[in-house]
Design a protein around this ligand. Structure first.
Ligand code: GEK
Length: 241
C-alpha cells in the first residue's frame, strides 16, 4: 500500500472544485482522519453497531464507500450468518484502492460495485451505511435516496447516516466551523490549506442542519432517528426502519 500524507491544498492557487480522483485516493486515509473529528471512533462504532443490528441472511450496504473503511468495520463486527456486504462508489480510483485495503479479508468478504449509488438496487437490507456521502448529493435528490433505503430495509433494519452539518443559526454555525478549523490546525493543516479546501468543497459538499436530517428521516417513514455521535459539525445518526 502506498498511501501518503495529504498535501493537496498546500500550494497557493489549488482552487478547482473537489473531485474524488487518483490524487485524492492516494492520500484519502490521511485526509479524512485529519479532517473529520471522530472518524476513527465512528468506524469503531460501525463495527459494534453491525454486531448489534445485522440480521442473518440479509445484505449490508456501504454507499459511497471510498476506500472501504466502513465495509471493513462491518466485516469485523459481523457474526451473523449468510450476510453479504455490498460496497458502492462511483469513483474508479477510490474503488481500486478499496480493493487493495480490504485484500487482507480474503476475496468475496466485501462485494465492490463501481456504480452511482442512486442507481443501486437496495433490497433485503438489515444495515445501510452512508458515512459522509449524502452530503455530496444534490439537495433535491436526498429524500428519494432515503426513501429507497427505507423501502429496502427489513423491519428493525438500520441506516447509519454520518454527515457534516450546518449550525441551526449563523452564530451556531460560526462556532462549529471555528472549532472544526481549530481541529484541522491541530492536525497540522495550515490556514492556506484550510481555506483552499473549504473553497474546493463549497459547491460539492452541501451541509444541512441536524433538524433537517431528522425531519426528512421521519417523513421518509423511519420509526426512530437520533444522533448517537457528534463532534463539532460532524454528526452520526442511527435511523431504524
Ligand atoms: C468512509 N464512506 O471512509 N455514487 C456513488 N458514490 C458517490 C456518489 C454517488 N452518486 N457521490 C459521492 N460518492 C467513506 C467516506 S467520502 C466522504 C465517504 C468525504 C462517493 C465519492 O466518490 C467518495 O468516495 C464518497 O462518496 C464520499 O467511511 O470525502 O468527505
Amino acid at each position: 500500500m502506498t498511501d501518503s500524507r495529504d498535501r493537496l491544498f498546500e500550494r497557493p492557487g489549488s482552487v478547482g472544485d473537489f473531485v474524488f480522483d487518483a490524487a485524492v485516493a492516494k492520500v484519502f486515509p490521511d485526509m479524512i482522519s485529519r479532517s473529520v473529528p471522530g472518524y476513527a471512533a465512528i468506524l469503531n462504532m460501525v463495527e459494534l453497531l453491525t454486531g448489534l443490528h445485522a440480521q442473518a441472511n440479509t445484505r449490508l450496504y456501504d454507499l459511497g464507500c471510498s476506500l472501504g473503511a466502513a465495509s471493513i468495520a462491518m466485516a469485523r463486527g459481523l457474526h451473523q450468518q449468510g450476510c453479504r456486504i455490498i460496497a458502492v462508489d462511483n469513483a474508479p480510483a477510490m474503488l481500486e484502492k478499496a480493493r487493495e485495503h480490504s485484500a487482507h479479508l480474503g476475496g468475496g468478504a466485501i462485494e465492490f460495485q463501481l456504480a452511482d449509488l442512486r442507481e443501486v438496487d437496495i433490497a433485503n437490507a438489515s444495515m445501510v451505511v452512508l458515512n459522509f456521502t449524502l452530503q455530496f448529493l444534490p439537495l433535491a435528490q436526498r429524500a428519494g435516496l432515503l426513501q429507497r433505503i427505507r423501502d429496502g430495509l427489513r423491519p428493525g433494519g438500520v441506516l447509519i447516516l454520518s454527515e457534516k452539518i450546518a449550525g441551526a443559526n449563523p452564530d451556531e454555525d460560526a462556532a462549529l466551523v471555528a472549532m472544526h478549523h481549530a481541529f484541522k490546525r491541530q492536525q497540522g493543516y495550515s490556514d492556506l490549506e484550510i481555506s483552499q479546501k473549504r473553497a474546493a468543497l463549497e459547491k460539492v459538499l452541501l451541509p444541512e442542519t441536524l433538524e433537517t436530517h431528522l425531519q426528512r428521516l421521519a417523513k421518509t417513514g423511519f420509526q426512530q432517528a437520533h444522533p448517537w455521535f457528534q463532534c463539532f459539525n460532524f454528526v452520526s445518526i442511527v435511523a431504524r426502519a
